[in-house]
Design a protein around this ligand. Structure first.
Ligand SMILES: Nc1ncnc2c1ncn2[C@@H]1O[C@H](COP(=O)(O)OP(=O)(O)OP(=O)(O)O)[C@@H](O)[C@H]1O
Ligand SMILES: [Mg+2]
Length: 385
């Protein structure tokens, strides 16, 4: 099974490209499920078909699903929900608020990933396409389920042992399944850890970054790229969406077109050698299968959307005593004839008129540039702590 996840800043076209990719793959014969992990669902709108919390058939080989955390909790995690409700009420939280809180922060996405874990185990689909929430929130849960588990379990009264033994007593006397709830909570994190492992496998999961030729969108795309790499996820392509066609020029958009050209260049410089798929602004909103089909054709043409378009890590970070070495892959360079500079959390490489920039993890902001060496294809930049 393959999993393709689309991420990017709010409003760039994640839902549109996810739906278009799913439709294109389904047409090529893959049994495909497109799902949305974003609580603010708009997949139904994009497909122009009403979806629900279970897979809904859309067309040949294609299903869609919009998760609902309450629905998932009730279906799969009833004891846990009841446990949370009891704990919140016991701590004096109002009934309605307790009901809301029983869906913990992040639970909406967590429940989506639990479904994906189930589909992966059951191996019922060839492809799952994930339309996710805007960048920041997307992989928080998947990044470190272990950490989330530790703080979440800490939030409960008493130690694990106490919850289990007292829980049993509570269940016997009050009927509230405190111990079962705790077990469910633990199993939830085990499953999240499993799906994290699955999604870290480049043969299964590809992440595609969606961007527009705009300054803030590109900054966020660069940052997402860095962090996804840092956590070990395989980003295999970039989709630049809503490119204004030259014909749309005129006086009003002349400036926009000029800056767009600059930003397109910056995208190339940043993400090459990843394939960069380009989609023009259609001049109107995109919804319904016909328009999505058009977008899918533009992105993939005759190519198979399930292809792993790239699987080489673009950079690595190594720690060595007082230094960090950032290794950046520069496959197109064969000699050390460039200049390297560090500005805050960004490394800028000037290659005879060409420029490449790499955003570093935030901690690198406070490191000082020491030196650089080049051994094909790796540029190693040494930073002092
Ligand atoms: N190539 C395009 N041409 C014209 N309109 C587009 C194109 N791609 C997307 N849109 C429109 O842009 C809007 C935002 O797209 P979409 O919902 O796919 O973005 P998103 O990244 O999923 O947003 P959110 O972060 O809110 O989930 C929608 O109204 C969509 O129809
Ligand atoms: Mg969306």
């Amino acid at each position: 099974m393959r999993i393709i996840l689309f991420t990017g800043k709010g409003g760039v076209g994640k839902t549109t490209t996810a739906a278009a990719t799913a439709l294109h793959a389904a047409k090529q014969g893959y049994k495909t499920l497109v799902i949305s992990t974003d609580p603010a669902h708009s997949l139904s709108d994009a497909l122009d078909i009403e979806l629900n919390p279970e897979p809904t058939p859309i067309s040949d080989n294609l299903w869609g699903q919009e998760f609902d955390a309450y629905y998932s909790m009730k279906k799969h995690w009833a004891s846990m929900r009841q446990m949370m409700l009891t704990i919140f009420k016991w701590r004096g939280v109002d009934n309605v608020v307790a009901e809301e809180l029983s869906v913990l922060p992040g639970m909406e996405e967590a429940s989506a990933f639990l479904w994906i874990e189930k589909y992966y185990r059951e191996d019922d689909y060839d492809l799952i396409v994930i339309d996710s929430a805007p960048t920041g929130e997307t992989l928080t849960l998947l990044t470190l389920p272990q950490v989330t588990k530790s703080w979440l379990t800490k939030a409960f009264p008493g130690q694990k042992f106490a919850v289990k033994s007292v829980g049993k007593l509570v269940r016997k006397t009050t009927g509230v399944p405190l111990d079962k709830g705790y077990e469910e909570l633990e199993s939830l994190f085990d499953k999240l850890q499993h799906i994290q492992e699955v999604m870290l496998n480049p043969e299964v999961c590809s992440i595609r970054i969606v961007a527009n030729p705009e300054r803030m969108v590109i900054q966020e795309a660069k940052r997402a790229y860095t962090y996804l790499q840092l956590y070990g996820y395989n980003v295999d392509a970039v989709v630049v969406n809503r490119i204004l066609p030259k014909a749309a020029g005129g006086k009003l958009f002349k400036k926009y077109l000029t800056s767009q050209a600059k930003y397109l260049e910056e995208i190339e410089e940043t993400f090459t050698p990843l394939p960069i798929f380009k989609v023009e602004h259609l001049g109107h909103e995109v919804f319904g299968l016909d328009l999505l089909d058009k977008i899918g054709d533009t992105i993939y043409g005759d190519e198979d959307p399930t292809t792993i378009f790239h699987d080489k890590s673009p950079f690595q970070v190594e720690e060595d005593g007082d230094f960090y070495t950032i290794k950046i892959r520069l496959p197109f360079i064969d000699e050390d004839d460039f200049e390297v500079n560090k500005f805050g959390d960004e490394i800028v490489i000037d290659l005879q008129g060409q420029r490449k920039s790499v955003i570093l993890p935030r901690f690198a902001n406070f490191l000082t540039f020491d030196s650089h060496t080049f051994e094909y294809p790796w540029l190693s930049v040494k930073l002092k702590k």
